[in-house]
Design a protein around this ligand. Structure first.
Ligand code: OAD
Length: 232
């Protein structure tokens, strides 16, 4: 089984900012303000607006899957067993045709109700007064995005898949955020070979058996094509 972990770098060439590159999102806004529960409680309007802006950008029609997303969808469709985990909150893997995508950091196009716990599809702007589509109550909705200090989604399933992987591939992630950055070690401890595909060596590059460096729109399709010929 091929375990694939993707991060913001895979969506960069689709026009979505990464977080930690020069000019990235965390240079424009403070993590504490927009990506923590504390920040949300302090200034919910600001947090709603930050995610509204990103949701609108995603729906603008200008953001499209790039050749890297498309190549991963082809890999899944080729019949190989693929477990695709993304840290990204965009829907570009799905739009490229990937069927089984685990969004460990949540999804921009969903709202989470803190009153009933339901996660509902949400495409428009989101505000404190909106009613939850599941329970009908107002006042509990927030973006269904995992914030710092919160547990990423589906970790048991993700770690189990890591332990079963023959190959672990990390694409477009800086390796700065745990637990995602530690998954390669779990896979390796269970015998997987590992490959990093990134613009440049990441913070955790030393944990991988090999690396392929350059823009994802080139390196990912190349890797997928070579895999089809059984070369790694
Ligand atoms: P980062 O912004 O930390 O890292 C993006 C990585 O992508 C960097 O290593 C870049 O070198 C690389 N990169 C940039 N352009 C690329 C390209 N065209 N092709 C290939 N690689 C490219 O983003 P993540 O690692 O995804 O969490 O960040 C992890 C988490 O931190 C995010 O999910 C988010 C953030 O805070 C939450 O919001 C909870």
């Amino acid at each position: 089984m091929i375990f694939i972990l993707t991060g913001a770098g895979i969506s960069r060439e689709s026009g979505i900012d990464t977080f930690r590159d020069k000019g990235g999102l965390w240079e424009k806004v403070r993590v504490d303000d927009v990506a923590t529960l504390r920040g949300f409680r302090k200034d919910p309007k600001r947090v709603y607006e930050f995610y509204d802006m990103r949701r609108r950008e995603l729906a603008s029609g200008k953001i499209l899957p790039n050749p890297a997303h498309l190549a991963l969808a082809r890999l899944e469709q080729s019949g190989r067993e693929v477990f695709l985990v993304t840290q990204n909150v965009d829907d570009l893997h799905e739009r490229a045709g990937s069927r089984n995508v685990v969004h460990m950091h949540g999804e921009l196009l969903k709202a989470l109700c803190s009153l009933c716990g339901a996660s509902s599809r949400w495409e428009g702007d989101l505000g404190g007064g909106d009613a939850c589509p599941a329970c009908g109550r107002s006042g509990g909705l927030r973006p269904d995005v995992v914030w710092f200090g919160e547990m990423p989604y589906r970790m048991d399933e993700i770690e189990f898949a890591c332990s079963r992987a023959d190959v672990f591939v990390s694409i477009g992630t800086s390796g700065a955020v745990y637990p995602a950055a530690g998954l390669v070690r779990i896979a390796k401890a269970h015998g997987a070979s590992s490959l990093e595909i990134n613009l440049e060596p990441s913070l955790t590059a030393g944990s991988f058996d090999g690396g392929r460096y350059g823009p994802a729109s080139r390196t990912v399709p190349e890797w997928v094509e070579q895999l089809a010929c059984k070369i790694m």
